[in-house]
Design a protein around this ligand. Structure first.
Ligand code: MGD
Ligand code: MGD
Ligand code: MO
Length: 768
């Protein structure tokens, strides 16, 4: 019998007429967060499973949270409850007792499912057996695993070229699964390995690789604790990385200052009530940000350039660091000499006094950690912006010393690990050589498609099969209209998934769903208890052991699915020992040790308590693996994003009740939005100037001109309620993925090809 606590799946979709707006909160977390976490967990999992699950979350012998990539404290320094409200929601989402079995699919024709929101689809429960939608079929039907592998294997073998297949990865995939997945794609003969990172921190990877020679952050959790100043730009940790707030509280306790750079005054940036300390539960909490700069959307490049110019002017430069470790300083200083303060004002919306105040905080700190996330990476100028942040760190010598460094805060819990394991359409030849040497295969050398390239290839018919290792490509990708049409044109779309989502109901001519074990579940592949490993945002790698009984006996692990598929596709004669890798993941770890740089003795090291940290030359020894052997100052033109009269610059962001396209609930508690999602937050005066009123219903129309072709195009998303919300003039915010139809496929960050989801020019039309 099912626990009486288990909530029923919703029978209807979101009813936006229930929407209610209240005042935004100042403080994040505290008792409300604990209460909400427990309520959600018990509703989904029942009390026993909740207790069993949450006590193992992020513990040394437990499992890694499926939520964000924020690191765990060292063993011995962890709380009994080392998780946050949103981590608990992520776990409950996976450990739900609701099931989507063959009866569900028999009851719901595709004509109905394709009208459902991701909220409804995801809340129906865990998928329990492989399903196929045959060409022209009206319903998904069950099929056996062997038949599923045979079908997919045959389609892959029949392609004219392996480059007609695309292998996407979302960032929850473990290192072991990621390693065999890229090995399979390359054994087949393609580098088409797009991932969610292409829409996320790609600008960080591109920018940092050019500036410091490695695309990852240079800090440890201790550095955050020991910093004198923590800069947080374009990130909403109270919602998306709540455990970061505990680290910031620790830094504050030791005297650190915090500088928040964000168009919105996000609750977690202002004040924090730690649910894990008695004071945090009952008291007023810790004030976090010492200075909040309400930067105009897209103004960060100008802001950091202006800060750099002040640091140089004031002589607040670590000249010894610059002389020993950097290249390009003179050109950079010459460029800063031409700084146009009017342009800085237009780009940032900030006064010179505000910029000077921020620069003084940086000049006055001997150890600064610079954090950033999507508010920095999803713009046309994002690579340049990341490099400008790095420029400031270089001026201050803030790399490779305690309490200082660059800290891109990653999204998905293993997105960084997946890239380390070779999930990238352009892995360097050194990696491919090692792969060839280890397995006796000949990996292709030509670069593959990234996310945007994959959509274009599907749209143009040059790609025919899409396989997703987790994720929800159709909903997460930009330009929903174009992406959905591209998907529908595919011969075959395949998803390895835990829950139903939009990418299963917008599909190719044939579609397959292959249901996988989640990270919270026991993995007995090959008849033994397997574990996997993951890498967090600070390059720390450790093992993860799922404690729970699987949602169904038919589920298979991602490693099992990939290796079995590879065996079915490539045959028994293929040089990679697919079955051996599948039956003992330690074999995969031994191969990782020989192929992936920095992973010597991988199998042994992941099992040490707390795991190990991958080498990072700039952090470890101030060695910069760039062409010049030094950290590179970047000279970037200061740009001001032009928004035509009567238009707003829209950012698409996350509410407090979602994980990317998975919608947990309908409350964005800290921002005071309850019971609905179709809102557009605008400045009070802009609402008046546009002839609208608070509460009015509008359609959002994005306007975009392709700079290469000069072609102008418009995209629409209908029925949003206007909500007056404090932010710089000319800016607006609305939730992703409802706004993805507005993000043009052609609008991408220069250098990284990341869709510009945080700067969409829109006009608001009264809803028709
Ligand atoms: N609970 C939960 N946790 C998550 C996720 C989730 O959906 N839910 N998603 C995960 C993933 S994959 C990721 S990548 C991360 C995302 O973590 P965030 O980057 O925090 O996510 P967003 O909601 O996109 O928030 C972007 C922030 O940047 C600000 N911003 C927007 N434009 C600009 C700008 O031009 N300049 C500056 N300075 N700020 C700007 C916004 O106001 C907002 O505070 O979180 C991860 N963790
Ligand atoms: N407009 C706009 N678009 C954006 C963004 C934005 O800020 N604005 N952010 C971008 C960012 S940062 C990212 S990272 C992408 C996210 O893009 P994705 O990673 O593709 O999307 P998710 O919503 O995280 O994927 C959720 C699905 O993953 C599956 N899943 C969950 N857990 C598991 C598991 O353990 N195994 C397997 N096999 N499947 C699992 C479930 O079926 C679930 O429905 O979206 C990007 N898109
Ligand atoms: Mo992300």
């Amino acid at each position: 019998m099912r626990s009486p606590f288990v909530r029923k799946a919703p029978t209807t979709d979101i009813d936006e007429s229930d929407l209610a707006i209240t005042q935004p909160s100042e403080a994040a977390a505290g008792t409300t967060a604990v209460a909400v976490a427990m309520k959600r967990a018990v509703e989904q999992m029942g009390p026993l499973r909740t207790a069993r699950t949450l006590t193992r979350l992020n513990q040394v012998d437990g499992f890694d949270c499926q939520g964000c990539a924020w690191p765990d404290p060292a063993p011995g320094h962890r709380h009994t409850a080392e998780f946050c409200e949103n981590g608990a929601k992520a776990v409950a989402e996976e450990a739900t007792e609701l099931r989507v079995g063959r009866e569900f699919f028999a009851r719901h024709p595709m004509s109905e499912l394709e009208t459902r929101t991701d909220y409804w689809l995801g809340q129906q429960g865990r998928i329990v057996e492989p399903m196929v939608l045959r060409e022209g079929g009206t319903h998904y039907e069950p099929l056996g695993w062997d038949d599923a592998f045979a079908l997919l294997g045959e389609r892959l073998r029949d392609l004219d070229s392996p480059d007609e297949a695309i292998f996407y990865t979302s960032g929850k995939t473990s290192n072991e699964a990621a390693f065999v997945y890229q090995l399979f794609a390359r054994s087949l003969g393609t580098n088409n390995l797009p991932d969610c990172s292409n829409m996320c921190h790609e600008s960080t990877g591109t920018g940092l690789s050019a500036s410091i020679g490695i695309g990852k952050g240079s800090v440890s959790l201790d550095d955050v604790h020991e910093a004198e100043l923590v800069v947080i730009a374009g990130q909403n940790p109270g919602t998306n990385h709540p455990r970061m707030l505990s680290a910031l509280e620790e830094s504050k306790k030791r005297g650190a200052k915090i500088l928040a750079i964000n168009p919105l005054r996000e609750a977690g940036l202002v004040r924090f009530k730690n649910p894990q300390t008695p004071k945090g539960v009952v008291g007023h909490g810790t004030g976090l940000a010492d200075l909040h700069l309400p930067v105009r959307i897209n103004g960060d490049l100008a802001l950091f350039q202006a800060i750099a110019s002040l640091l140089v002017r004031w002589g607040a430069v670590d000249s010894s660091f610059v002389a020993h470790y950097t290249h390009g300083y003179d050109d950079y200083v010459a460029h800063l000499g031409d700084l146009d303060w009017d342009a800085v004002g237009r780009a940032t919306g900030l006064s010179r006094a505000q910029v000077e105040q921020a620069a003084q905080m940086i000049a006055g700190s001997q150890a600064t950690v610079y954090c950033w996330a999507m508010g920095v990476t999803q713009h046309r100028n994002s690579v340049a912006t990341v490099r400008e942040i790095a420029n400031v760190a270089l001026l201050r010598g803030d790399i490779g010393k305690p309490g200082a460094g660059l800290c891109p805060v990653r999204g998905h819990s293993n997105v960084q690990g997946d890239r380390t394991m070779g999930i990238w359409e352009q892995m360097p030849d050194t990696f491919l050589d090692a792969l060839a040497g280890e397995f006796g295969i000949e990996p292709p050398r030509e670069h593959g498609h990234d996310t945007v390239g994959s959509i274009e290839a599907l749209r143009d018919g040059t790609a025919k099969v899409f396989m997703g290792m987790g994720g929800n490509f159709v909903a997460a990708a930009p330009d929903t209209g174009v992406t959905e049409a591209a998907f529908r044109g595919a011969d075959l779309t395949v998803h390895v998934s835990t829950k139903l989502n939009r990418s299963h109901v917008v599909h190719g001519r044939t579609a397959l769903i292959l249901p996988a074990l989640g990270r919270s579940e026991r993995d007995l592949t090959g008849g033994v208890r397997q574990r996997v490993s993951v890498e967090d945002s600070m390059s720390a790698v450790h093992a993860s052991h799922g404690p729970l009984e699987p949602a169904s006996e038919h589920l298979r692990s991602e490693v099992d699915i990939i290796c079995s598929l590879a065996r079915a596709t490539l045959g028994a004669e293929h040089p990679v020992p697919w079955e051996r890798l599948r039956d003992d993941y330690t074999e995969i770890r031994h191969s990782i040790a020989r192929v992936v740089p920095g992973c010597a003795s991988y199998a042994e090291k992941v099992d040490e308590p707390g795991g190990f940290t991958l080498p990072h030359p700039p952090r470890d020894t101030r060695t910069f693996p760039t062409g010049s052997g030094r950290a590179e100052f970047a000279v970037s033109p200061l740009d001001v994003l032009h928004v035509p009269e009567g238009r707003l610059l829209l950012q698409t962001l996350r509410s407090h009740d979602q994980f990317n396209t998975t919608i947990y609930g309908l409350d964005d508690r800290y921002r005071g939005v309850k019971g609905g999602r179709r809102v557009v937050l605008c400045h009070r005066d802009d609402i008046v100037d546009l002839g609208l009123s608070d509460g009015a219903m509008v359609d959002l129309v994005s306007e975009w001109t392709d700079t290469e072709t000069g072609e102008h195009s418009e995209r629409r998303a209908d029925s949003f309620r206007v909500v007056a919300y404090d932010q710089p003039r000319g800016c607006a915010a609305a939730y992703y993925p409802e706004t993805n139809p507005l993000v043009p496929l052609g609008s991408r960050a220069l250098g990284s090809n990341c869709p510009t989801s945080k700067s969409v020019v829109v006009r608001l039309e009264p809803a028709g």
